[in-house]
Design a protein. Sequence first.
Length: 213
Amino acid sequence: MTYLTRRTLIAGLTASSGLALLPSAARAQLGLGGLGLSSILGKATDSALDKLAQPGAFYDDEDIRVGLPIVGAELDKLFARELDAAGIAAGEAKPSFREAIDNLSFSDAPDIIKQDDGGTQYLRRSSNDALHAKLQPLVDNALESLGVYSTFDSLAEKHSFIRRAGLDRESINTSVTDQGLDGIFSYIGNEEREFRKDPIGGVTKSLGDLFDR
């Protein structure tokens, strides 16, 4: 088995395009989906989702706060539960994002490298619909288990304007999923920028067993 030397890895990581000159065999050995980008983006995604899965995350940050598609004085409890549902879904979304990251190819690298959130932009551009489809049932389960749907149904029975406005369980799910995905991508972009500031450290810290002594 061929092992990478520290000199080979560092030379590749610090090349003109950042990671582009790693030998193909080295890229395959490292399993980084080409150029170490999947490693950086995977860590950024995991970190973002872990933060958003914390209780109150979607409420505490006004930039990503999920809003209800209806208004009214009786909605405080529903609002709080909806936010928690977005957080629960974010925490369960890692496999879906990992699958999208695994689809990165070497030909995707040039455009991704140009921007400090290029990987995030790539994910949104190429995988948004697929990720939305996978996140939606997670949101649906969370809304159901937290009692958001039952609370909404009770409100709809009291206030006829809710149904007349075309609001139902599906529209609530779609709203939470759309807003939750916006927040997730916003956080992934922030995390990606941070990891890119130290690409060598970020990529190699977990790869010590691949170096020869």
